[in-house]
Design a protein around this ligand. Structure first.
Ligand SMILES: [Zn+2]
Length: 174
């Protein structure tokens, strides 16, 4: 099942998410649906808040043949070396801006089998992980861009927000 992806302006995107206490069949089904939704939207990652579920899990597929389902993640260490590259987000369509991220991170999470994993990742995977992790704390990448870039996208953001509000109203009236 493909979910509707929540857009900038939705409350669920700025809320702190809560840990998963148990991996239930329902959670497994949501994770499968999220993978389907991410692939359908040509994204490399999708976090639960982006589909209106404020729980701590996300999915990542950077095209390396592994679809990662990440539950209750923690970032244990950030490298001092930074990489800066363009980022986008399915919840903030049409906006791509440079974000500085740690090049390498050490992470801990649970996979869909309930196994606790500790892993060191770098490059594009580390960047995707940090982006999705931020969603769980209610942080969008546009909060991490330069003040100049923020000014440049202010109008576009307003537009996305208006669209989101309009959709809400339509739903209420339906
Ligand atoms: Zn995102």
């Amino acid at each position: 099942m493909i979910y509707e992806i929540k857009k900038y302006g939705e409350e669920c995107l700025v809320k702190e998410s809560v840990p998963v206490s148990e991996i239930t069949d329902e959670i497994l089904e949501i994770l499968d649906n999220m993978v389907e939704t991410m692939h359908d939207a040509n994204g490399v990652g999708l976090a639960a808040p982006q589909v209106g579920i404020n729980k701590r899990f996300f999915v990542i597929d950077i095209g390396d043949g592994v679809v990662r389902k990440i539950i209750n993640p923690e970032i244990l260490e950030f490298s001092e070396s930074i990489s800066e590259s363009d980022e986008g987000c399915l919840s903030v369509p049409g906006i791509y801006k440079k974000v500085k991220r740690a090049y390498e991170i050490k992470v801990k999470y649970m996979n869909e089998l309930g196994e606790v994993k500790e892993e060191t990742m770098n490059g594009f995977l580390a960047k995707a992980f940090q982006h999705e992790f931020d969603h769980l704390t209610g942080t969008l990448f546009i909060e991490k861009i330069s003040p100049m870039a923020k000014r440049l996208i202010a109008q576009k953001l307003k537009h996305i927000k208006r669209e989101t509000e309009r959709e809400h109203k339509n739903r209420e009236n339906a």
